[in-house]
Design a protein around this ligand. Sequence first.
Ligand SMILES: *[C@@H]1O[C@H](CO)[C@@H](O)[C@H](O)[C@H]1NC(C)=O
Ligand SMILES: *[C@@H]1O[C@H](CO)[C@@H](O)[C@H](O)[C@H]1NC(C)=O
Ligand SMILES: *[C@@H]1O[C@H](CO)[C@@H](O)[C@H](O)[C@H]1NC(C)=O
Length: 306
Amino acid sequence: MITAGLIRLSAALLWIVGLIDGSDVTQTPLLWKLKDQSATMNCSHNKDASFYQMYWYRQLPGEGMKQIVYTTTIPPFQYESGFSEDKFPAQKNNPQTGSLTVEKLLPEDSGVYFCAVSQHSDTAYFGQGTKLTVLEKDKEITGPSVKVLQPSPKECKNEKDKQRKKTLVCVAKDFYPDHVSVSWEINGQNVTNGVATDEAAQLMPEKKFYQITSRLRVPAKDWENSDNEFKCIVNFFNKTHTVPYTDSIYGEAVTTTNVMTREKYVKITQAAKLTYSVFIAKSCIYGAFVVFLVWKLQGSKGKQNY
Ligand SMILES: *[C@@H]1O[C@H](CO)[C@@H](O)[C@H](O)[C@H]1NC(C)=O
Ligand SMILES: *[C@@H]1O[C@H](CO)[C@@H](O)[C@H](O)[C@H]1NC(C)=O
Ligand SMILES: *[C@@H]1O[C@H](CO)[C@@H](O)[C@H](O)[C@H]1NC(C)=O
């Protein structure tokens, strides 16, 4: 269809209209279903009856938006290639509402489904999307384990360069399903500058759990201040609650200065403890040696006296 093609071409532009004007089009926000079930998502709008055209799109993790079907109050509906009516039956009984069902759900159907309404196919108004999560029956909902990794010491060795940056990496893994968002804080303050997060969580090699990574690039001087705390927050949605999982590390002062980092301090105190223990051990051996000598001397004296 030409109209459908036009809409698809300008989807990026239309998306902006949707964002500004999102309150006009309302969608079911979240749906959690099991594999093989079906999911029906609703869409409604508060515009007048001339907005009787309704489009459905889906965006799979890490992919662009794809149109599924174009519906109006007068069937038949127009399905895009790759999308069948059996799998994606739609309903449009009145100008204000409509629905899309996804039958025989597979985990690969997990993604965000958008509805858009239009009057003349020139401007479409998008809803905020339905995030559909399809759960495998045998997999338990599991929150992530989160770890912040230090910057590599090899990263930008050139000490004179004022533009030096350090990259911290946050790794969240072993979670299921992939309903997460990652953010960073420095000393309790939200940071967005220098943050790059994977577009979508990836299935880990054994295909049971997901993982996602996020990188935070900071000026080297920020990292080299041991008072600075770098925290990674992974918000995991577990079907009912959004639960934060976090990890944090402190900056590390460069070794040429007198500033001591926490880790260094621990290392030095541990080294001191070790030295002390060796000292005590040595004293004991020495003491034993003295006792032995005395005993020997006494023994030989005894023999002499005999
Ligand atoms: C969609 O609308 C129908 C009819 O109003 C309702 O029965 C159903 O519960 C709604 N589904 C969701 C997911 O909101
Ligand atoms: C930090 O930013 C994230 C993402 O932009 C946001 O969801 C969160 O509410 C913010 N937290 C605070 C404490 O401002
Ligand atoms: C989700 O998190 C809440 C709050 O931590 C907890 O009470 C609930 O049991 C969790 N649900 C699942 C399915 O893990």
